[in-house]
Design a protein around this ligand. Structure first.
Ligand code: GYE
Length: 324
């Protein structure tokens, strides 16, 4: 009951506030309402991404109904169904995994509500289930991690490099593509051997568990590189390494992805070797697409932000080396 009241209040307020217009059944202008299903709050990246979407909706004058699914696909499906029931103008959502969305997205299509995917992708045989995707090129991020490793191995004359991978949520787009990109980049180079790959679900606490398990299995001398699919897991691993008296970024090379402030600071302090950038600031681009879509314009099917990588082989005093 309270939830319904809250939603009504949001709709009423956004209607009163005006902003960008949709049409109500009487043909009068009212504010555009966006339903946003966020997948969880598992990392600093995710928290910054939620903030980016909230701020952008406000800036554009759109009403925002947001539901956080706390890492559960069923909760995301429920949220999308509630957005359909409330007849929002556009559904924006960040799918926790790639598969299992066909039914609910067909329901959205039948209700005539366009869907914009943000951050992560879906895998489906049906083309028309979403209108646009805004998010990183995770494959390119994985390649950047691999390319750094090759440069570093060249610079240090390394001959046999044993790599342990800490991967993100199974079957999520960043997990799949950061893995593929990294592997493709180092494939065919006999110096590199991936000795293990374990899932830390993008969580700092699980990064700690993974690192503890890896050290138990291989010992500190049995691992040359840790490649982590995100900073949160890497920061958890860093805690373990330092507690064990292992000198990070020297005894074991550390390569991570995201660019959150704590990781970038650790890189500048010489405690990480490389942080591949992945920006959480996707909100503005998403809301621009919502605006254009509702204005009847064509919008691009895929939008990737520009990204790079920060690493100890480059100038880290450059002011552009900054975390979020
Ligand atoms: O790298 C990680 C987060 O989907 C790009 O999810 C996102 C990833 C990000 O939990 O930190």
């Amino acid at each position: 009951m309270r939830k319904v009241a809250a939603v009504l209040l949001v709709l009423l307020l956004t209607g009163l506030l005006g902003g960008c217009a949709g049409k109500n059944p009487e043909g009068e202008n009212r504010a555009i309402v966006v339903g946003f299903s966020q997948l969880g709050a598992e990392s600093s990246w995710r928290i910054a991404n939620t903030r980016s979407v909230e701020e952008a909706a406000k800036k554009h004058g759109f009403g925002l109904m947001m539901e956080n699914a706390n890492q559960k696909q069923e909760k995301q499906i429920d949220a999308i169904r509630s957005f359909i029931a409330y007849q929002v103008d556009v559904i924006v959502f960040s799918p926790i995994v790639e598969t299992g969305w066909d039914n609910v997205l067909r329901e959205a299509a039948q209700a005539g509500i366009p869907v914009i995917l943000v951050d992560r992708m879906i895998e489906s045989g049906e083309e028309g289930l979403y209108t646009a995707y805004v998010g990183a090129d995770f494959y390119a991020e994985g390649v950047r991690a691999g390319e750094y490793l090759i440069r570093k191995a060249d610079a240090e004359g390394l001959e046999h490099v044993r790599i342990a991978e800490m991967s993100g949520t199974p079957d999520s787009t960043p997990m799949r593509d950061r893995q593929r990109g990294f592997r493709d980049a180092i494939a065919g180079d006999p110096r590199f051997e991936i000795i293990d790959s374990i899932s830390g679900d993008f969580l700092r606490s699980k990064g700690e568990e993974c690192m503890t398990a890896l050290l138990r299995k291989y010992g500190p001398d049995g691992i040359d590189v840790v490649y982590s699919h995100n900073d949160s897991m890497m920061l958890g691993a860093l805690d373990v390494l330092e507690r064990e008296g292992i000198v990070p970024a020297k005894d074991i090379m550390l390569i991570s992805v995201d660019g959150e402030k704590e990781a970038v600071d650790a890189l500048k302090a010489g405690r990480l070797n490389c942080v591949v950038q992945c920006t959480p600031d996707l909100g503005d681009e998403v809301m621009r697409l919502v605006r254009d879509l509702k204005a009847g314009k064509e919008i691009p099917r895929v939008t990737h932000p520009e990204e790079g990588a920060f690493c100890d082989l480059d100038d880290l005093t450059d002011p552009r080396v900054e975390g979020f």
